[in-house]
Every structure is written in C-alpha cells, then in structure tokens.
Design a protein around this ligand. Structure first.
Ligand code: PLP
Length: 374
C-alpha cells in the first residue's frame, strides 16, 4: 500500500533545467546569479521591495530580530500556537518570549490580547522590542489591528509567513506588512528548495544590513575585516535555482491545496464532531495544511486515536502545533491567555495536504475517517 504523506515536496519539472543552468554557469559556490534572480522574482511575487535568500526560515527570523534591535533581556511577544522555530531565535539572542494566545476566527494571534499586553507593559514603561506574528497553516492573521497596535506603541512587527506563501490579506501577501517578513522553503512547505528561507522588507537599508550579517559580517575591504558578529546564513546558488523553478508553479500549488481542502469538506463535512479551520473573511487561505477539529464525544474517537488509525493504513497525519507555552524548552515563560491554543492543540489534526495528492489517495483518507465515524 502506497504511503500517503502529510505534505511532501512537489517538483515542477523545471528544477533540472534551472539547476543545469546554474551548474553550467560555474556558480556552484554560495551566491551567484541564481540567488539574485530568485530574490528579485520572489520579491515581485509577494509584492515586497527587497528580498534576501537565506539558508532557512529560522535564520531569517533570527536576522529579523537582530534588525528589530532585540538583545539580551529584551521581551518579544510571539504567537503561542506555532512551530518552535518562530520563537527559538528569541532565545538565541538572550531575549524573553511572551506568548500570546490565538483567536478562534483565524487561529492566529488575538489582537485584543496583544493590545492588553502592550498597554500593561507601556504603563510599566517597558515595552517589548518586537512582535513575531505567525500566519498559521496558510491563513493570514488579522493584520490591521496588530499593525495599528505596533504603530501606536512603536514596536517592530516581524511577520512569520513561513506557512503562508500564496495566501492573501486584503489582496496582499502576508509577510509584506511588517518591518520584515519571513518565508521558508523547507521540504514540507508549499514550495521548497529542500531547505531555505527568505527575508523581505521594503526598507533597502535593513535588507543590506541583513545581507552583510548573513555573510559573516564581512566589511567591504580587500582583507577579511569584521566589526560585528556575523552568521553563515546565505542560500547556495544551486538551491536558489531550485527555488526559481518552484516559484513558477506557486499559483498552481495554492489552487491544488485549496482543492484538497474542498474535497475534505465534501467528504467529511457531514460527519458528527468534525469541523475545519475556518477561512477568515479578510483574505485567501492557501490551505498549506488542511486541518480538522475533532470533538471526541460527538465523533467517537479522539484526534490521537484517529492519527493512530490512519497510521495503520499508511496515512500520515499530525497534531496541531503544541502551544509553545506548554513546551518544556520554554518553561517559565509568560503567556497571555492560552486556552484557545490549548483547545486547538487538543482537538486539531492536520490531514495529508500535498499539492500532488491524487484524488484516489485522498479518497483513502476520507474513507478511513468515515469508517471510524461509524
Ligand atoms: C517551517 C517554519 C519555520 C522555520 O522554517 P525553516 O525553513 O524550517 O527554518 C518557522 N516558522 C513556522 C511557522 C514554520 O512553519
């Protein structure tokens, strides 16, 4: 029986040609014309002025926080319902994460809770240095109120759009509203370079500074001169070639994932105790992952029992992100709210969502769930 994966890489068929071009040009070493072209093309696709190709999304978040001025002892507000990579770079810098709960309508950061938190901190005269706002599973957070708060309190907004390439908020790509935005090309994301990331901003000075930091902070003199700590975070020219090939089919990939989601709604929508991550009214969900919520009483099985049953049939599924305020590595960190994210973790299950998922294979997933419901 063919195994069905959660979100496997989906090649466009153009990768070999772009790679060949990169190899023939002799630019195998880091950087080179494919990187520059990938940055230019990516910036155009998402509607950002500048883009910097990096070795991972995590590296991009790390640099974004440095650009926001985050340092030891600073506080950074971050969504609690997310992958740990959204918050690990806060710890790299010796800063402290403050976890903010989700809202029910989008599962992303609750702007009311962020507002209460910022107001309380402003009274104490100690505002966080940045807000890391995550756009989860392909759905944009509600940017307008969060942007207004960041502006009011003078706090930098870093958008973690690693899961939301191809989504929109009022017609524009999430990741292009804040001071900086971050994308990922990890193997299971909507497009992949096998591993890689992108930092975008409309401010050329910020991207120039990040470009320097990502290349070991080398000063522009003939010898190796360093005045600050640097990182080896650039994307290789070969992987940028793969990224360019993937970018060409982004639109198709979004439509394919949205089709997968619609087929789940058609196939499972009538089952008792099953509901879906809603599509918030402010934009287009890319449906990077199709996520269901399971009411165990009504459905008769818990999400974990479903996960194990699917696994028996060679189908990979995954619980919703465990909220970061519950993660041992972040023990002791402050959390604002937390119940909404905890419930989503308790009830959520991510179903196979790949853009190459064949209808017959998706039928297997639907049938397995329908059998469990009986
Ligand atoms: C994948 C992901 C990242 C990290 O990206 P990498 O390229 O794997 O380092 C960060 N944040 C979120 C929300 C992600 O899903």
């Amino acid at each position: 029986m063919k195994r069905i994966y959660l979100s496997p890489p989906h090649l466009s068929g153009l990768e070999a040609r772009f790679l060949q071009e990169a190899l023939e040009s002799g630019w195998v070493a880091p950087l080179g014309p494919q990187v520059e072209a990938f940055e230019r093309e990516f910036a155009e696709v998402v509607g950002a002025k500048h883009a910097l190709a990096l070795s991972s999304g995590t590296a991009a978040i790390h640099l974004a926080l440095i650009l926001a001025g985050v340092g030891p002892g600073d506080e950074v507000a971050v969504s609690t319902l997310t992958f740990a990579a959204s918050a690990f770079p806060i710890l790299y810098l010796g800063a402290r994460p403050i976890f903010i709960d989700s809202e029910a309508v989008s599962w992303n950061m609750d702007s009311d809770l962020l507002g209460e938190f910022l107001e309380a901190r402003a009274k104490r005269g100690r505002l966080p240095k940045a807000v890391v706002l995550v756009h989860l599973y392909g759905q944009s957070a509600n940017l307008d109120p969060i942007l207004a708060l960041c502006q009011e309190y003078g706090v930098a907004l870093v958008e973690d759009a690693a899961e939301a390439l191809g989504a929109t908020y009022r017609g524009r790509s999430p990741g292009t509203f804040g001071l900086t935005g971050v994308f990922s090309f990890n193997g299971n994301k909507i497009i992949t370079t096998s591993g890689g990331g992108m930092l975008v901003s409309d401010d050329p000075a910020l991207i120039a500074r990040a470009r320097k930091l990502a290349a070991q902070a080398r000063e522009p003199v003939p010898w190796y001169e360093h005045r600050e700590v640097g990182y080896n975070y650039r994307l290789s020219n070969l992987l940028a070639a793969v990224g360019r090939a993937q970018l060409r089919v982004l639109r198709d990939r979004v439509e394919a994932r949205r089709r997968v989601f619609r087929r789940y709604v058609e196939g499972l929508g009538d089952l008792p105790g099953i509901s879906f991550q809603p599509e918030a009214p402010w934009g287009k969900h890319s449906r990077w992952l199709s996520v269901i919520l399971v009411d165990p009483e009504a459905f008769g099985h818990s999400p974990e029992q479903i996960r194990q049953a699917l696994e028996q049939e060679g189908i990979e599924s995954r619980p919703v992100w465990k909220p970061l305020h519950l993660q041992p590595v972040f023990q002791g960190a402050e959390v604002v709210g937390g119940r909404v994210a905890e419930n989503l973790f308790a009830q959520g299950l991510c179903l196979p969502s790949g853009s190459a998922l064949e209808p017959e294979d998706q039928d297997r997933v639907v049938e397995a769930l329908r059998r469990l419901a009986r």
